[in-house]
Design a protein around this ligand. Sequence first.
Ligand SMILES: NC(=O)c1ccc[n+]([C@@H]2O[C@H](COP(=O)([O-])OP(=O)(O)OC[C@H]3O[C@@H](n4cnc5c(N)ncnc54)[C@H](O)[C@@H]3O)[C@@H](O)[C@H]2O)c1
Ligand SMILES: O=P(O)(O)OC[C@H](O)CO
Length: 323
Amino acid sequence: MRLGVIGAGAWGTALAQVAAGGGDDVLIWAYEPEVVDAINAAHVNTPYLPEVPLSPGIRATGDLAALADREALLVVTPAQHLGRILATLDTDAPLILCAKGIEAGTRRLMSDVAAAARPGSPIAVLSGPTFAREVAAGLPTAVTLACADEALGQRLAHRLARPTFRPYFSDDVVGAEIGGAVKNVMAIACGVVEGAGLGQNARAALISRGFAEMTRFGLALGARAETLAGLSGLGDLVLTCSSASSRNFSLGMGLGQGKPATELLADRRTVAEGAFTAPVLVEAAREAGADMPIADAVADLLAGKADVRAVIDRLMSRPLKRE
Ligand SMILES: NC(=O)c1ccc[n+]([C@@H]2O[C@H](COP(=O)([O-])OP(=O)(O)OC[C@H]3O[C@@H](n4cnc5c(N)ncnc54)[C@H](O)[C@@H]3O)[C@@H](O)[C@H]2O)c1
Ligand SMILES: O=P(O)(O)OC[C@H](O)CO
């Protein structure tokens, strides 16, 4: 397959490596010219995935127009840049959305952003528990591949599958997107618990109650419960809430140690999507009538409106209720 990858951060690069390993002709678009040069000249993505020697079959470009002949495009830019970049493309090829987030300002999921930017392109979502470094190293990984068009989704799943990369098909696009967006916010909360030394009971409680929030919000937006309990929801929530390898979790650790969000986010080259998703998730949840007290707490911490002690007291003193 002639595959295009838009975005050469850690995840786009890891996906390009998986595809090239299976024999696909892979062209990856990078935002930074130095990334284009490093991939083409030295077969390494020095800023974002330096430890992985890349397949010589991966070519890089800084020109989005060069992607016009691609049969399918993996879209792996950070969520807040996705609409702007897709709008400049010239293609009706299927778009496989891999960013995890909600667009600030519009409160749109990535599938809505992509549909508005490229109305002629069929849309699929690839999401799940996937640390880029593990995927690039060929460690076993399973993901959700969601597409409303079952025939296309099944075809894409078969084209992307590799011996160590296993897509599970779903037709619940919204469910797959909500899991990936919400888990990043919950990972920040779990990092806070770690950074503040609040213990493993608290972390398990946050994962469990965070899943309840993800489910309430997802069901309100039309997601299916089984998708939220699958790889792209609970699976990714468990991964990201349990490991300092997660950028969102490690951002939360810094907050838990009392550092201000502005300091933690300044000059950061890699993306912690939960920091952008938390405020817009809170707005979207309010609009949908879904109670999300943990997401509220993360948004307040990030905005500097409350400190760790205050948000923990707030969460623990809520009226008792049925589970
Ligand atoms: N890294 C992972 O393990 C992983 C796994 C699954 C999904 N994702 C998701 O993939 C998406 C991309 O994350 P990543 O980890 O590949 O990124 P990254 O943190 O490794 O790199 C940052 C990316 O942002 C891009 N960027 C910075 N400024 C930009 C601008 N103004 N315009 C366009 N692009 C710009 C950079 O070129 C780079 O591709 C995110 O939504 C993330 O949640 C990441
Ligand atoms: O490092 P994070 O927190 O962006 O998580 C990466 C992936 O989304 C894990 O599935």
